[in-house]
Design a protein around this ligand. Structure first.
Ligand SMILES: [Zn+2]
Ligand SMILES: [Zn+2]
Length: 373
């Protein structure tokens, strides 16, 4: 090896499909892993639970339980992709946990564990888990769909727009969620670093967000309201008809396509990380009163942020010239324009650059995750 600083670091990306599979539908697990020291072995384990109450699920007698496939690499490989299909699928009312354990050539094991619902759903309008981290030590099968668990989550609930010509039922939204979840949300660096806190669900009820220009209120159900009206949770109302999108409280509207992910990430910047707009707005963006934010009321505060960030050793971007006035406002932002942060450019970033949070916004995301530990 050539002295790679990342030696020993294994990156794992996993997915399963289809999302919320019907009972008896084949489920495929996909694992991508990379490690500069080489990967020696990958193991997939599946644990099949049966819901009892919303707060609890128990190991299903006779269900799949434990390792289902191992892939040894006698000659370690730097990057691997493997899939495994459980062709019989799972029965009704299942909660499926799966773990991926990757052993690198240095003998270091890295693991991920995720859970999702399969088969029919017994809990009415409660949003259905698509991708959540099961609580640590889940031998009792405690389920993370309420706030009673011992892990702090950022819940995101996908909600179908009522009257949408494509989303005839909420399940018609699942292919679009699959693309958003696995190709955009989970690979995004600012979500990846806090991925254990993110819990994605979908609502089996419709909601409605009107075009901004209609100047009309959002309509959501009480279950959708209750599932999102705490902490940094988000209800993402998806619609396939183009319209001018906006956010209200914990709710955000968007089209589902790749080109709209920048808008979604921007709105998440507001609602989850409490970041401010970095561009000229009317009225001017607020300087958040919270720590490690991206917009300041005074240049001196902006410079101070960089000073403390440098002192903390978390940023290599200490340069007072990064503090720039936001034109036409009394506010200052802390990132160079060339960083093309999603809080500055929204969905209109430079071609070929995925939507991302630049330095101070990324730092803020990490601060929020620290508060959830
Ligand atoms: Zn904004
Ligand atoms: Zn930013």
């Amino acid at each position: 090896m050539s002295g790679n600083l990342l030696q020993g670091a294994t990156d794992i990306y996993t997915r399963y499909g289809p999302l919320h599979p019907d009972a008896g539908t084949a489920v495929t697990f996909t694992i991508h892993a990379s490690d500069p020291t080489g990967i020696s072995e990958v193991q997939l384990s599946v644990f099949e639970y049966e819901w009892t109450t919303l707060d609890n699920a128990v190991a299903r007698p006779g269900g799949t339980w434990g390792a289902v496939q191992s892939w040894p690499f006698p000659t370690p490989e730097n990057g691997i992709s493997r899939t495994f299909t459980i062709t019989a699928g799972f029965p009704q009312h299942s909660l499926i946990c799966f773990s991926v354990d990757v052993l690198n050539a240095a003998g270091v094991q890295t693991s991920e564990k995720w859970a999702f619902a399969a088969g029919g759903w017994s809990f009415g309008s409660v949003p259905i888990p698509l991708w959540i981290r099961p609580p640590v030590g889940d031998s009792s099968g405690l389920v993370a769909s309420t706030e009673t668990e011992n892990v702090q989550y950022i819940h995101m609930v996908f909600i179908p727009q009522s009257g949408d010509s494509v989303y005839m039922t909420p399940r018609h939204m699942l292919p679009d969620i699959d693309n958003l979840l696995f190709n955009h949300f989970l690979p995004n660096p600012a979500i990846k670093i806090g991925e254990k806190h993110w819990a994605f669900h979908y609502s089996n009820e419709f909601g409605f967000i009107p075009d901004w220009d209609a100047n009309a209120p959002i309509k959501v159900t009480s279950a959708q309201y209750n599932a999102t009206n705490i902490n940094s949770n988000v209800g993402l109302i998806l619609h396939t008809k183009p319209q001018r999108d906006w956010a209200y409280g914990h709710f955000v509207g968007s089209e589902p396509g790749d080109a709209n992910f920048g808008t979604m990430l921007h709105e998440i910047g507001h609602s989850v990380f409490h970041l401010a707009d970095e561009y000229t707005t009317s009225p001017p963006p607020d300087a958040s009163a919270t720590l490690f934010h991206n917009v300041y009321a005074k240049e001196s505060e902006c410079v101070m942020y960089l000073f403390w960030n440098k002192a903390e050793g978390v940023g290599d971007y200490w340069d007072p010239s990064f503090c720039r006035p936001i034109p036409g406002t009394p506010m200052w932002r802390v990132e160079p324009e060339a960083a093309s942060c999603v809080m500055l450019v929204g969905q209109f970033g430079p071609a070929g650059v995925p939507p991302h949070f630049a330095s101070s916004c990324f730092r803020r995301a990490r601060y929020i995750y620290d508060q959830l530990e």
